[in-house]
Ligand binder design. Sequence first.
Ligand SMILES: [Zn+2]
Length: 226
Amino acid sequence: MFKNLINLFFPKSCPGCATILLTQENLLCTACRTALPFTDQHLSTTNEALGKFYGKVRIQHASCLLYYAKNGIVSNLLHQLKYNNQPKIAFVLGQLYAALLAEAQACPDADFVVVVPMHRKKIRLRGYNQVDGFATALTQQFHIPVHPTVLIKVEQTTSQTTKSFQERITSKPTVFQLQSTPELTGKHFLLLDDILTTGSTLETCARLLLQIPDSKVSILCLAYTK
Ligand SMILES: [Zn+2]
């Protein structure tokens, strides 16, 4: 009753299509839920997501939940997730993915979940890392702990003397850094990101994790760009 009243005065809208949600709808409207373009990549060991890393870096398993298309539901969802303070979107999509992976027994047998890191300044600005909700959902389903510090993002410390003064004050490039410990030897890392486009960010992160002796890396993303 109270919830209905709240909804009446502060109606929530669906981040996929902007229609007003019914009380019983959780985050996404029924129409968007049924129209989600699932990739089913987790059902194949030789899928197009894994193909993006062939010949570049050794990945055990790679799959994405949804196909991304410009101006589609998924692009709306990711936009709202990143720029409109809606971290719950990653959690709800993560729950959907966790359920599919559990049903197909396709979740990589990893020791740690690792979220592609954001620089702490950017986290402060946005208030959250947009992939954290995805990690939480997977951890709840599969009980794989998140390793929050094995990869970090820092401002580049190399000399910038070749750049002009203007470039130096406007651009501060950030780079990923590995912070390994001896206990991480032989571990399998499940690397998460919101979207797989060229794969270059994930490739960089995977390369760093594979510097750990006998380590393995698998990748899961919420969306895939063809
Ligand atoms: Zn909708």
